[in-house]
Ligand binder design. Structure first.
Ligand SMILES: Cc1cc2nc3c(=O)[nH]c(=O)nc-3n(C[C@H](O)[C@H](O)[C@H](O)COP(=O)(O)OP(=O)(O)OC[C@H]3O[C@@H](n4cnc5c(N)ncnc54)[C@H](O)[C@@H]3O)c2cc1C
Length: 337
């Protein structure tokens, strides 16, 4: 059974590279190990926090209780004519699975290439990029119910998926730990080239691998690699506003970037930040990435205090300028107020 460590630095386990400690820390590489760890935490009255790649976390303060690093592996492909049922272990690296699927000639997730993190966390915020979200191909997840200690299969339609949202991020965050995900891919899947300029450089006759590699190239040119510049990708969600708010903003800002979505208009948070003057701004050891105003970067801080201050200042300034409130995308962990 897994070793349980005490007082372990989480710096290597979050892509912001903030240095806070986990009171207890263990790696679960099998479902049995996961069950053992959750039972141990129950017995010791410890809170449980599950992390994957740490690429959507803002850790601010030490984490009390037991931090479990999910490393449950495994990839299975069952092909039935053009359709392929795929099962990935929650600890598998998402991008490696995308590349593997594409290289086998299976389409559906090629637009989601190079998103950091694990397969188990991908449904948590319904990862999305270039016009595709994981909910488009997700059939179900298997998850450990921490109350019953049973593995349950949860169908995709039950998961409350929305833009960067699911029940796993909210009401189920203390209930389920995802152990495996089930996707339906296809060798005949239609290419989605309508976003991010893909149609300019690819055509309907391109392969899934062409799309995957182009998406990776574009992402590498636009986003900082956390290994070089610690960050958690998009720091703010794109806000959705009413028709009336959009009209008010368009009257003042002709070049407002907005997209019609269910329930209103989605604004580009990166555009709002840039317009408010934040692109490339550095404040002490933190800042806003010079090529993309949606990404906050850690330029050398060990603690998140300065970054949280910057977050608040940006939210306030965008609100003052546009009357729109930005919401943080990464999950906040840690015991600092
Ligand atoms: C450079 C960069 C680019 C990014 N680009 C995108 C993008 O284009 N689109 C996008 O959607 N996201 C993007 N992200 C955000 C991030 O990569 C995704 O949200 C990813 O799915 C997080 O995976 P993770 O394993 O790192 O999760 P973690 O950060 O470890 O965890 C995130 C949340 O999921 C929970 N969790 C983790 N594993 C499990 C599990 N097995 N069961 C239940 N809960 C779990 C954690 O408790 C936490 O609440 C980007 C991040 C970076 C750094």
């Amino acid at each position: 059974m897994p070793h349980i460590y005490s007082n372990i630095s989480l710096k290597p386990y979050n892509t912001f590279a903030f240095d806070y400690a986990a009171e207890r820390f263990a790696v679960a590489d099998t479902i049995d190990a996961l069950i053992f760890l959750v039972q141990f935490a129950k017995k010791e009255c410890l809170d449980v926090t599950v992390i994957g790649g740490g690429s959507n976390l803002l850790i601010h303060g030490n984490i009390k209780g037991l931090v479990i690093l999910n490393r449950i592996m495994g990839r299975e492909y069952s092909q039935n004519a053009a359709d392929v049922d795929v099962v990935f272990g929650a600890g598998e690296v998402w991008d490696e699975c995308v590349e593997d699927s594409v290289s086998r000639g299976f389409g559906g997730i090629e637009n989601l290439g190079l998103i950091p993190g694990t397969c188990g966390a991908a449904p948590v915020q319904n990862i999305g990029a270039y016009g595709v979200e994981i909910k488009d191909v997700l059939m179900s997840v298997e998850a450990l119910n921490r109350e019953s200690m049973k593995i349950e299969t949860i169908n995709a339609y039950q998961c409350g998926f929305a833009y960067r949202e699911s029940h796993f991020k909210r009401k189920w965050s203390s209930k389920y730990i995802i152990t495996r995900i089930h996707l339906r891919l296809s060798s005949l899947s239609e290419l989605k080239l309508g976003y991010g300029g893909l149609a300019k450089v690819l055509s309907e006759s391109s392969g899934f691998d062409d799309v995957y590699h182009k998406v990776c190239d574009i992402r590498r040119s636009k986003l900082p690699n956390p290994v070089d510049i610690p960050n958690s990708g998009s720091f703010f969600k794109n806000p959705v506003v009413s028709e009336a708010t959009r009209e008010r903003l368009v009257a003042e800002f002709e070049d407002l970037v907005s997209f019609k979505v269910e329930g209103g208009w989605k604004l580009a948070a990166g555009w709002l930040n840039e317009k408010a003057g934040w692109k490339g701004v550095k404040v002490g050891n933190v800042g806003v990435y010079e090529k993309q105003a949606l990404v906050l970067v850690n330029l050398g801080d060990e603690k998140a205090t300065e970054l949280r201050r910057l977050e608040k200042t940006i939210i306030q300034s965008v609100h003052d300028m546009f009357g729109v409130t930005l919401e943080r995308e990464p999950v906040l962990l840690g015991d600092s107020p």
